[in-house]
Design a protein around this ligand. Structure first.
Ligand SMILES: NC(=O)C1=CN([C@@H]2O[C@H](COP(=O)(O)OP(=O)(O)OC[C@H]3O[C@@H](n4cnc5c(N)ncnc54)[C@H](O)[C@@H]3O)[C@@H](O)[C@H]2O)C=CC1
Ligand SMILES: N[C@@H](CC=O)C(=O)O
Length: 814
């Protein structure tokens, strides 16, 4: 036999009721159908009662809506043959209800008992309608067999013994094929109407399933089953196919509202499985909850789901005198129990110096007052410190039976949230190891849920959330590459590149759900806001999104100045911009140190040699114990290109324009022509090789007169033309002598220099075409034959590819 429970959304409309009718009528054999009130009716009943007691005549309109809703569904789902009889029954109940509202208004009295009676009409009405809608169904009035008694703090609790006996007498004793009854409803020993609490229809169904030894309890709702996390917060959350009773209990005790927590106890004792199904998608398999799901494998994910409470206050009691004193915790809990304060998390360090409890924000004042009263003497004598409450927090619970004995799980969990800048304020893990709960600031809840979901492979993919700053040559190329590669990375590497921010120097567009990079121009124009670097910083930090990467494709010092703050807030930084890595040494060190401390990345591989693997190679050599003794390099794509294209008919001024058009130069080409770009790169190389050097330490042998560099960038090209003749002569002489000009950077025995050199055909720099770069690294291990890295050293495509590689390296994919 099956017991099926249909919630308010399932019986809320003619359409959904039609589904219910179909689902039930297709089931062969005996079944019990438990229904909630029509969706929204319980709230409407309460609201109408409140209007009535407040003497507000608007209660009549509200009551009329209740009447209309019920009549409409009868018209829509009850077969014609039973429609009049059903209407008559329902109208009689609605008239009674109308009279009760009238009484409430006249008496100005809405006692809890009256309210219980009023809300009971929801299920009484819906069950009569459903029983008449379903072919061959028999209606049972659950008030006659679900019995409550008074529990702690005057609450109604199930009298299970009596209820089971009454079910035998009032239900089992009769012949029926389909029994339909209202959930939630009950009566007490005096015959007064009571109920099983909000959500109690699930509980009624579980009680029936246990009493009747059903084969299965089916909870029909409006979702496909238990999800790995709240899908409103995590768009990659998915339905869990199987859960144990413990896992389901842990999840729904802690925020997942799929089933009412007490539902699990009665069926758990009888080992009756629960199947959570979607009335609106009956073919979906749903979630099966049982003692030992048949398909569970040891290789299953350790974490089955995550749930959370967005409403937490931590109350802490501290004293150095608590150590070893027996009974402090017992006093805390007894005092709170006496006041009906529910505690859902407890944390006490082994030092016993303090006990922290988590309560709902609404209970916080009462909890603090209660504990201050309980420990009044200790507080007065200063033995105990004042009781403190920290509000506006959230609790996250990760749940899974496979967590048991999965070594390193808690470590990974806290590391993951910590790397994303989320501070864990309190935590608790029971020895059963099926739940790790921790408390964080409420504003970090979304980020925490996402990052846990992402990192524990509950999500089908890893996510990197990118802010792309700078939409010039490199930035645009990067967007094209991302747009082209996004789908493949997702498909083959389970890596989702989610661009959540794009900014030019003037406009920025930000959206945590992701932006279409292919459409960046329109997005900036139509949906963008005016930005400055400080606004960009605010947008990034306010979004507070997990696994975030700030990608700087500008040459702006103001943008580079944001890195420290971003890294401090656990935002990874990938920079094509060389300003930070080559500027003030202390800043460079601090950025690296901050990244290390915050366990995020500060990557700038493209700062030297664009897409060539130079910085990573130096890092690998150093980390494996090598020592860089000497660096000789041609690292200006622009200058190398210029010296390669100079010809009788291509003067210097033309070559500079060509380099700019090819996308090799810095936004301001004077940075290249003045040698500054090479100086920056040499400093970065030496620093990465472990030397504390600055741009001032570089000996400069430059070829553009200082005075030509003054003024505006645009004027520079026309000024350069005055050097054309001199350069043509130099070029002619070099050609005649079979020599090539190269602008060489050198680090040798601690000495840094840059300068123009002419090299002959024996020199390794002689054959260096186009904008190519070459780096010779002489190290302890590469002494006789230096390591050579050579290839394209500038250009939007290769640089963007290098930036992209830095970004991807932040994700843990292979
Ligand atoms: N082009 C190349 O071959 C290589 C370039 N790089 C570096 O990449 C960076 C970008 O170079 P390109 O794309 O060639 O230059 P670009 O001039 O084409 O692009 C820079 C972009 O940054 C924007 N920008 C400036 N200030 C900004 C701000 N405050 N906020 C947002 N955007 C801002 C500019 O409007 C411009 O669109 C530079 O730092 C350069 O040194 C590094 C390696 C190679
Ligand atoms: N302007 C630079 C670009 C790469 O860093 C160059 O010419 O090398």
């Amino acid at each position: 036999m099956k017991v099926l429970k249909f919630g308010g959304t399932s019986v809320g409309t003619v359409n959904s009721l039609t589904n219910v009718k179909r689902i039930v009528e297709e089931i062969p054999g005996r079944k019990v159908v438990v229904v909630s009130a029509l969706g929204g009716i319980t709230d409407l009943l309460i609201a109408t009662a409140r209007l009535a007691v407040a003497d507000d005549i608007a209660y009549l309109d509200s009551y009329a809506r209740i009447v209309e809703r019920h009549i409409a569904v009868i018209d829509g789902v009850v077969p014609e043959s039973r429609r009049d009889a059903t209407l008559a029954m329902v109208k009689m109940m609605l008239d009674e209800l109308g009279n009760i509202f009238k009484g409430v208004m006249l008496l100005h009295d809405l006692s809890p008992r009256a309210l219980d009676i009023i809300v009971s009409y929801g299920e009484r009405l819906s069950s009569v309608i459903v029983s008449n809608a379903i072919k061959g169904a028999t209606h049972f009035d659950s008030r006659t067999f679900i019995r409550t008694k008074e529990g702690p703090h005057g609450a109604n609790v199930l009298d299970s013994e009596l209820t089971n006996r009454l079910i035998e007498e009032k239900v089992c004793a009769y012949e029926w094929d389909t029994a339909v009854m209202g959930g939630f409803l009950a009566t007490d020993a005096k015959g007064e109407v009571t109920n099983l609490g909000r959500g109690g229809s699930d509980y009624t169904a579980a009680i029936m399933a246990a009493a009747l030894d059903a084969d299965i309890l089916e909870i029909w709702t409006d979702v496909d089953g238990f999800m790995t996390a709240d899908p409103r917060v995590i768009d990659t959350a998915y339905v869990i196919d199987e859960l144990t009773y413990t896992e389901a209990m842990e999840l729904c005790n802690f925020g997942a509202k799929v089933i009412y927590p007490p539902t699990i106890y009665p069926v758990y004792h009888k080992n009756i499985p629960i199947l959570v199904k979607n009335t609106f998608n009956p073919s979906a398999p749903g979630t099966r909850i049982s003692n030992e799901p048949p398909h569970r494998k040891p290789s299953d994910k350790a974490i089955k789901g995550i749930s959370s409470i967005n409403d937490t206050c931590l109350v802490t009691i501290t004293s150095l005198c608590m150590v070893g004193v027996i009974g402090v915790n017992s006093r805390i809990f007894n005092a709170l129990t006496a006041k009906g304060v529910s505690v859902f998390l407890v944390s006490q360090a082994a030092s016993e110096n303090n006990t922290t409890i988590a309560v709902r924000n609404a209970d916080a004042d009462l909890a603090v007052r209660t504990l201050r009263e309980e420990f009044a003497t200790e507080l007065a004598t200063g033995m105990f410190n004042d009781v403190v409450a920290e509000r506006d927090l959230a609790t996250v619970a990760v749940v899974g039976e496979n967590m048991k004995h999965t070594t390193g799980l808690a470590g990974k969990l806290f590391n993951t949230v910590g790397r994303n800048g989320i501070n864990v304020i309190a935590c608790a893990q029971g020895a059963s190891e099926t739940n790790i709960s921790f408390v964080i600031e409420r504003k970090s809840l979304r980020k925490a849920l996402n990052v846990i979901h992402d990192s524990f492979f509950l999500s089908e993919c890893q996510v990197l959330n990118l802010f792309l700053i700078g939409v010039g040559n490199v930035g645009r190329s990067l967007m094209q590459q991302i747009s082209k590669q996004q789908e493949k990375l997702l498909r083959e590497k389970n890596l989702r590149i989610n661009v959540v921010g794009i900014a030019s120097s003037k406009r920025g567009v930000f959206n945590r759900d992701g932006l279409d990079v292919a459409d960046w121009r329109r997005l900036l124009d139509e949906e963008g806001i005016d930005v400055t670097p400080d606004i960009i910083r605010r947008e990034v930090l306010n979004m507070n999104i997990f696994n975030s990467v700030f990608v700087d494709c500008t040459a702006s010092a103001d943008v580079a100045a944001l890195y420290k703050d971003l890294l401090s807030h656990n935002v990874n930084v990938v920079a094509a911009n060389k300003i930070a890595a080559s500027g003030d040494y202390d800043v460079y060190k601090e950025l690296k140190e901050t990244a290390r401390r915050k366990d995020v990345k500060y990557l700038f591989e493209t700062n030297v040699g664009a897409g060539l693997p130079i910085i990573n190679t130096i890092n690998s050599l150093i980390n494996s114990g090598d020592k860089i003794l000497k660096i000789e390099a041609v690292v200006s794509g622009t200058l190398n290109y210029i010296f390669n294209v100079l010809a009788a008919d291509v003067p210097l001024s033309r070559a500079v324009v060509m380099a700019k058009e090819a996308g090799y130069t810095e936004p301001d080409p004077r940075i290249d022509l003045s040698g500054k770009d090479v100086i920056r790169k040499l400093v970065i190389l030496a620093r990465e090789a472990g030397y504390e050097v600055s741009q001032e330490d570089v000996e400069k042998n430059l070829f553009i007169p200082e005075e030509m560099l003054a003024g505006e960038a645009d004027e520079f090209i026309s000024k350069v033309a005055s050097l054309d003749e001199e350069f043509e002569k130099m070029r002619g002489d070099a050609e005649a002598a079979h020599r090539h000009f190269r602008f060489v950077a050198s680090f040798d025995n601690g000495h840094l220099s840059v300068g123009l050199r002419s090299v002959d055909s024996d020199h390794p720099f002689y054959n260096l075409a186009g904008s190519n770069n070459v780096i010779l690294l002489t190290t302890d291990r590469y002494m006789e034959y230096p390591m050579v890295i050579k290839g394209y050293g500038a250009g939007a495509e290769v640089t963007a590819a290098g930036v992209f590689a830095d970004i991807i390296s932040i994700a843990n994919i292979r």
